[in-house]
Ligand binder design. Structure first.
Ligand code: FES
Ligand SMILES: [Fe+2]
Length: 399
């Protein structure tokens, strides 16, 4: 039973939201239209589900080496990512403690031994301590120790960078649970980005996550995918963190997900026989979708722009040994998924238009949509209480 905490609750009709919590798929109902259409709901989600949680902001190569500094704009917030001489990645609010000038313009990157504000040249160490305030030495009552840069919570896992803007999220390892361990065999941190595609999808960010979590739609819209992976093979997985997902099988003839089933890369070292016959799909709440394949790892990173628009960055990561193959070309993976992404995003956009129609009513779930139900329950509980909880493990074979 969900306890109501009205101050933290989302600005949405609670009755409709409660219907998601029914454990019986046929009796449960999907989230109400407001969850997808309302500006106020998105503003609430940004506060509670994004700023209040751990959000993926990209890969560690945003600041790959010691002394690298990069300014990133996230909505109205600017942050400065800095890798220290100790190799530790830190994040600061991109605002000077003197009069608030930005330390580096958004998008810019430098490699310097200190952080220098361009306005009056205050200089900070890479760990944020104020080192020198130009000509401030004789200002009475001034103590430089009082003016370090304001740090933000940042964490790295397998080469992805996560940020907790508010500082209120649970510790990162509590939040992600067994995810790091589950991903260990693929060693995503050692893989290189072989291809990246950017998409602007005219749909709500949740619709894209929901679509990713079910293959009930696959026989209808993914002829290419169904040739190499049986759509009924989706299974759930034990999850102790804020993620949900599981594997699907490859057809016997297929080495990987590609147009022909052939790979022009190389298998990722150290995978078990079973891992080499499967593709895994994991949604890390709220905005990262990680899909380990036998020979590459695909990742979608979502950034909501408005209720009906989401920016999606899709990247394909390969083991460095792939480059030893003279015929290696990342497109065997990215072309296949670009077609499949296109099919998925067209469906999401159609859903977005349909949800906005007069005749839209929340519908029931199929057992193949167990993970969609689980993630909608996370959203529904958060709407009602303000607390983001972890999704329940699901069994997609349960009828
Ligand atoms: S605002 Fe940064 S040194 Fe003055
Ligand atoms: Fe799909």
């Amino acid at each position: 039973v969900t306890e109501l905490v009205p101050e933290a609750a989302a600005p949405i009709d609670a009755g409709g939201v409660m219907a998601v919590l029914d454990e019986e798929y046929g009796r449960a109902r999907t989230l109400p239209a407001q969850a997808y259409l309302s500006e106020d709901v998105l503003a609430w989600e940004r506060r509670h589900m994004f700023d209040g949680a751990w959000v993926c902001i990209g890969r560690s190569d945003l600041a790959p080496a010691p002394r690298e500094q990069r300014a990133i704009q996230l909505g109205s917030e600017g942050l400065l990512l800095v890798r220290g001489d100790d190799g530790v990645l830190r994040a600061f609010s991109n605002t000077c403690r003197h009069r608030g000038h930005e330390l580096l313009p958004a998008g810019a990157a430098v490699n310097k031994q200190a952080i220098r504000c361009p306005y009056h040249s205050w200089v900070y160490a890479l760990d944020g301590r104020l080192q020198a305030a130009t000509r401030f030495s004789d200002v009475p009552g001034f103590d430089p120790g009082e003016f370090p840069l304001i740090g933000l919570e940042v964490a790295e896992m397998h080469g992805w960078v996560f940020l907790n803007m508010s500082g209120d999220a649970p510790p990162f390892t509590d939040w992600t649970g067994n995810l790091a361990e589950v991903l260990d065999p693929w060693e995503p941190g050692r893989l290189f980005v072989g291809a990246t595609h950017e998409y602007v999808v005219k749909a709500n960010w949740k619709t894209i996550v929901e679509n990713y979590l079910e293959c009930y739609h696959c026989p209808n819209i993914h002829p290419e995918l169904c040739r190499v992976s049986p759509p009924e093979s989706a299974r759930g997985m034990e999850n102790t963190g804020a993620w949900i997902g599981g594997p699907m099988d490859l057809e016997d003839f297929a080495e990987t997900m590609s147009m022909t089933g052939k790979s022009t890369g190389v298998p990722i070292r150290g995978l078990s026989a079973e891992q080499r016959r499967r593709v895994f799909y994991m949604a890390v709440f709220p905005n990262l979708l990680i899909s380990p394949h036998p020979d590459y790892v695909m990742a979608h990173r979502l950034e909501p722009v408005s209720p009906g628009e989401t920016h999606v960055e899709c990247s394909w990561l390969f083991p460095p040994e792939s480059k030893d193959r003279p015929d290696f070309d990342a497109s065997y993976a990215s072309d296949f998924w670009d077609i499949t992404n296109g099919e998925d995003f067209a469906a999401c956009e159609s859903v977005y238009r349909g949800v906005g129609m007069r005749g839209y009513r929340p519908g029931p779930f199929d057992y193949r949509e167990a993970a969609v139900h689980a993630i909608q329950q996370v959203v529904a509980r958060a709407y009602l209480t303000g607390e983001v909880t972890k999704p329940q493990a699901v069994d997609m074979t349960r009828r």
